[in-house]
Design a binder for this molecule. Structure first.
Ligand SMILES: [Zn+2]
Length: 255
């Protein structure tokens, strides 16, 4: 167990430090992004509705192969939901086509699926996805380097605040899971982000009264959104923040 967690730490450190695309956060902070991965329909009907009520928008990292399917996260999105969420001003981003792990297949297979996912979004919605998140949060050095070069940003699931430098090839993101008893921990992150004038990214999946272990209740999401705004932080989709970071960044690039 110790060895396993030691290897996990080593992998995390290597993946965080190599093939990075550092960019200075500059002006944007403190800002918070809310992301929904895969995505189950309740992420839009529940999560999107809450954001909209507060005048905010989110980022939906969609795996197009999940359209019209159901799994432990509930029913997934249908085609019309993609149009609706774009009309609402949310961002559509890429999450591969088949929701595959880059650790489970050769990179060539992963890259094909990544491209298939982007192509499917373009074909169905006419919109060009600029940002990407890794299914299962699995990253490899090859994927970080090669996929990173093809998108505005890539997001993982390593926790923390993106500040003062952000790695556009592996954005940090924090799971927003469970019910209101998780609010204090989430609020501590919001306060930390406010102090660091950083960029805090939350991600979740289903948003419903009895969520899966990878989702949250509408009550928790609403408390977190409300706290972010009460503390004077902006809420922006990933794409808006990335565009500002790229404009203001003078950081070196190893692309
Ligand atoms: Zn996913």
């Amino acid at each position: 167990m110790m060895l396993r967690s030691g290897l996990g730490d080593l992998r995390r450190r290597l993946l965080s430090s190599l093939h990075s695309r550092p960019a200075s956060l500059g002006e944007p902070g403190p800002v918070v992004s809310f992301c929904f991965d895969d995505f189950p329909l309740t992420a839009y009907t529940g999560g999107g509705a809450i954001l909209k009520r507060y005048g905010a928008r989110g980022t939906y990292y969609v795996a197009m192969g999940l359209m019209n399917t159901s799994n432990h996260l509930g029913d997934h999105f249908r085609r019309q939901d993609l149009d609706s969420l774009l009309t609402d001003g949310h961002e559509l981003a890429c999450h591969t086509y088949s929701h595959i792990s880059c650790r489970a297949v050769p990179f060539r297979v992963f890259e094909d699926d990544f491209n298939r996912g982007k192509d499917a979004i373009r074909k169905i919605t006419g919109c060009e996805p600029a940002n990407f998140s890794y299914p299962f949060g699995h990253v490899t050095l090859t994927a970080k380097k090669r996929v990173g070069a093809q998108v505005s940003s890539s997001r993982g699931i390593y926790a923390g605040v993106n500040a003062p430098m952000t790695d556009l090839n592996l954005l940090r993101a924090n799971g927003l899971y469970g019910d209101v008893n998780r609010f204090a921990a989430m609020d501590a992150l919001i306060v930390r982000n406010q102090k660091q004038r950083g960029w805090l990214i939350f991600y979740t999946h289903d948003v419903r009264p009895n969520p899966s272990e990878f989702g949250c209740t509408p009550e928790l999401l609403e408390q977190v959104v409300s706290s972010v705004l009460a503390r004077g932080c902006r809420i922006n989709p990933v794409d808006q923040v990335v565009r500002r970071v790229r404009m203001s960044s003078t950081g070196p690039s190893n692309l």
